[in-house]
Design a protein around this ligand. Structure first.
Ligand code: NAD
Ligand code: ZN
Ligand code: ZN
Length: 379
């Protein structure tokens, strides 16, 4: 970058070759961006719940101005994750803010920048994920585990999220959406995709080994099956009443969780159990089953978050040297990698789109486990 560009404050244009013509293009872009800012409406539609356990209301909101370090994003597609159900139902030990606009699979376009923002530009295609921000300084952030930051803010939980037409995001934590991925395809990758991609890495399953995915037909699960295949794993899919669906996703075999011989069948098929188990289910019996599906030296990764506890058979865990761990979403790097799989066509989200007005019906279906893949709202 030339000195002139640097002092003009066009650090974000580093991909340009510095020349008088590129500088004038940069100025033109900034002028266009300014024009776009002016066309932002003064109010917009947002889904909110005022109290846990209540239905959504659609309200008109005043358009906010992004503050220092923030960006304003026009949401083009917003996935509905089961975590949003837990958020509005208030069923986790740590409760969400209220009133709450949930949503952490927000794919959209930056329309305005707050003071000091230089990593994104107006017009950039970006994603807003669960990790709204992290401190960047604690032992976890410094060690590359920003998802464990004790000072993190969460999109659609501790701050308002993406189930609205416009949303404020922390510029530091939006991720760029590759051009090859549409907004609708990108949205579910922002949580369901990255969470299962990271969760699969955490199983430590190697190419050619077995992974059992519990909850394989849901929003997370249907992507987990595809990421696992793309990572060379042999997939056993487990869900309830979704065998045909999980077969269609490319699972090697699908078994119904309500089948009383489910564990026995899988142990036989894998000749001793799965090398890794990824539990994405929304009910607690699945968590107890997960331990029983593990092979000797296997790793069970819990990702699903129904409230409650589950029993662990001490004898089996000790004698089979089974590891049990949790996994929570993924870092910005994991997210960029997960999006790259989508950009290269290795995973394809099964996503149906619906308008914001359908939000209560969508959440009823999600709560009942009746959605195959994901629903994204076009607000
Ligand atoms: P979803 O409703 O789309 O899918 C859940 C699936 O689990 C459904 O297909 C359902 O039929 C299946 N299921 C329920 N009980 C089962 C059982 N006993 N055995 C087998 N399958 C069962 O939900 P989702 O959006 O995929 O989210 C799944 C869970 O993961 C939620 O609890 C959510 O909060 C959690 N989650 C965790 C993280 C994380 O980072 N740890 C991230 C996102 C979501
Ligand atoms: Zn989610
Ligand atoms: Zn931190």
């Amino acid at each position: 970058m030339c000195h002139k560009c640097a002092i003009s404050g066009f650090r974000a244009f580093s991909s340009f070759r510095c020349s008088p013509s590129s500088r004038s293009r940069a100025f033109l872009f900034a002028a266009a961006a300014q024009k776009r800012n002016i066309s932002i409406p003064t109010t917009y539609k947002a889904a909110i719940v005022n109290n846990h356990g209540e239905q959504f209301k659609i309200i008109d909101r005043e358009m906010p101005s992004p503050k220092k370090g923030e960006v304003l994003v026009k949401i083009h597609a917003s996935g509905c994750c089961h975590t949003d159900v837990h958020a509005i139902d208030g069923d986790w030990p740590v409760k969400s803010k209220l009133p709450l606009t949930p949503g952490h699979e927000g794919a959209g376009e930056v329309v305005a920048l707050g003071e000091g923002v230089s990593n994104v530009r107006v017009g950039d295609r970006v994603g807003m994920a669960w990790l709204y921000s992290a401190c960047g300084e604690c032992e976890h952030c410094v060690a590359g585990w920003e998802t464990l930051c004790t000072k993190q803010q969460n999109c659609g939980y501790s701050v308002d999220g993406a189930l609205q037409q416009y949303a404020i995001a922390a510029a530091s934590h939006v991720v760029k959406i590759p051009d090859a991925v549409s907004y609708v395809q990108a949205a579910p990758v922002l949580c369901a995709g990255v969470t299962t991609y990271k969760g699969l890495k955490e199983t430590e399953v190697k190419p050619g080994q077995f992974v059992s995915i519990i909850g394989a037909g849901g929003g997370l699960g249907h992507l987990a099956v595809q990421y696992a295949r793309a990572m060379g794993m042999r997939v056993i899919a487990i869900d309830i009443g979704k065998k045909d669906y999980t077969d269609s996703l490319g699972a090697e075999i699908s078994v119904d969780a309500t089948d009383s011989s489910c564990v026995e069948k899988i142990t036989k098929y894998t000749d001793g159990g799965s090398h890794g188990v990824l539990c994405l289910a929304t009910s607690t019996p699945a968590f107890a089953m997960a331990t029983n599906l593990a092979r000797r030296r296997g790793t069970v990764v819990h990702v699903g978050l129904p409230p409650g506890t589950f029993p662990v058979p001490i004898f089996d865990v000790v004698l089979k040297r089974v590891s049990i761990r949790g996994s929570i979403v993924g870092t910005r790097t994991d997210l960029q990698e997960a999006l790259d799989f989508a950009a290269r066509g290795l995973v394809k989200v099964d996503v149906k789109t619906e308008p914001l007005a359908n939000i209560n019906s969508i959440f009823d279906r999600l709560r009942a486990g009746r959605i195959n893949g994901r629903v994204a709202i076009i607000p």
